[in-house]
Design a protein around this ligand. Sequence first.
Ligand SMILES: [Zn+2]
Length: 118
Amino acid sequence: MKQTNKQTKQKHNESQKRYYQKNKDKYKEFRKNFDFKKYYQEHKERIKEQSKNYKKSEFVKFKNKARNKARQIKIPKEQLCQICNKKLAVDRHHEDYNKPLKILFVCRSCNKLLDNLE
Ligand SMILES: [Zn+2]
């Protein structure tokens, strides 16, 4: 089966190449005339939005991964918030999502504060 896939792919590549060869001049002409700047200006919002969404989703995935890891660390009983030292810690806060196991035990209000600082 693998062989067939490879062959199909090769065939596909070849036909693409042939297509490109045949239309090479057209492509060149198109690229020469194509105004990327103008295209960007016209679609700026959409392009920005798309890259923003992409970055956001990657970051969210990254964050969730760290959070899932941190969830395995139990908050010690009677642990005071490591920020205000007043209330009991009920949340975990990451200082750096690159270090998923390095967390602070914080109370809810401090966690909110920290999240707003991000
Ligand atoms: Zn606190």
